[in-house]
Design a protein around this ligand. Structure first.
Ligand code: ATP
Ligand code: MG
Length: 328
């Protein structure tokens, strides 16, 4: 299994900036990366250096939901049709799984290569959100396209999927927040910044979510002390103001190796924390959680919406895992 990483946090905290820096860091070491923009404000492409026209030309996952469902459904007999597949429908026997490095119809339709210093990554974007996307019970939810992909993704070590994501009610209701090996909560040293952390922590508690705080725009000892007081040991590392980021925002990105040394070190700390979660992985639990959220969504809106009992989509003998990947 690849390593799945989410960057979440309050609007404007620096999710997109830190996601993009981490993606650049991974790419510079030659690691295979899929970067996914699932943030309300779609800026990951720009943060990875695309100009406005290139960013606007990216295909939207939300517009390819049927294709994604159709591909992933494969020959799974428990999923009668694409229309009966909702964002939480789990894989089972006959489903198609995704891998980071392969070519497949989902990537053909939804991913575009982005060249960075040191390597090329795949970028996928949900597309701009509408009011309907922010609803909890949304059949066409754009983040649903991401969740489906995450629930069908398996792979080997040292491959990374980085998701820039909004910490909204949608991700809590659907179970999206449980789909990651590690979640980096980006927080500025402010009360609002850490209040999102508290909410996340509360949801995460019952699901074994590995949550680490990345302090951003941290300027001195007082900022550091504040974050320590508020989040304690969950504080992994902090990032200060970056002139490199500012230059990039002006459309003049310096070479990545010119990123400030303290910020490079912070990115290496993130990488070490990500890689350490490999040993914590539990495929059975991961699969059980998808089933849990599927049954919850089926009950609260999916059954009514599709006219079927979607509990029947659960394949009781199926456990997602690296072994499954080799058989599929
Ligand atoms: N460490 C930093 N150094 C310099 N500028 C930064 C840093 N972190 C974030 N910024 C700037 O702050 C602004 C907000 O950051 P960013 O877009 O990454 O936040 P976000 O959490 O993704 O916001 P949104 O909720 O709007 O998607 C951007 O202009 C970004 O360039
Ligand atoms: Mg953003």
């Amino acid at each position: 299994m690849n390593m799945k990483i989410a960057f979440v946090g309050k609007g404007g905290s620096g999710k997109t900036t830190l996601s993009s820096l981490f993606v650049r860091h991974l790419a510079a070491t030659g690691a295979p990366v899929v970067a996914i923009d699932a943030d309300i404000n779609q800026h990951l492409g720009a943060a990875l250096g695309l100009d406005d026209a290139e960013a606007a030309g990216l295909p939207a996952m939300g517009e390819h939901l049927s294709l994604i469902k159709d591909h992933l459904r494969g020959t799974n007999p428990r999923i009668a049709s694409t229309e009966k597949m909702i964002k939480t429908t789990p894989p089972g026997e006959g489903s198609r799984l995704l891998r980071v490095r392969e070519d497949n119809p989902v990537y053909d339709a939804c991913a575009r290569p982005v060249e960075l210093d040191g390597g090329t990554v795949r970028l996928m974007v949900t597309g701009p959100f509408t009011d309907a996307d922010l609803g909890v019970a949304c059949y066409h939810s754009k983040t649903g396209a991401v969740e489906l992909c995450l629930n069908h993704l398996v792979d080997a070590r040292d491959e990374y999927v980085v998701v820039d994501m909004t910490a909204g009610s949608d991700s809590f209701a659907s179970g999206m927040f449980t789909r990651f090996d590690i979640t980096f909560l980006v927080a500025e040293p402010t009360r609002k910044g850490v209040s999102v952390y508290r909410q996340y922590k509360e949801y995460a508690r019952d699901f074994g979510v590995t949550l680490k705080v990345v302090g951003n725009k941290v300027q001195g000892q007082d900022d550091l002390d504040f974050l320590h007081d508020e989040v304690g040991d969950d504080l992994l590392v902090t990032v200060g103001h970056s002139d490199w980021v500012r230059a990039m925002e002006k459309g003049r990105p310096p070479r990545f190796e010119l990123l400030e040394e303290t910020n490079s070190r912070a990115l290496r700390t993130l990488r070490t924390a990500v890689d350490a979660t490999y040993e914590l992985r539990d495929w059975a639990r991961y699969t059980q959680q998808m089933v849990h959220f599927h049954l919850k969504n089926a009950h609260s809106w999916g059954n009514e919406r599709t006219g079927d009992d979607l509990a029947a989509q659960v394949d009781p003998g199926f456990v997602l895992g690296e072994e499954v990947a080799t058989l599929a």
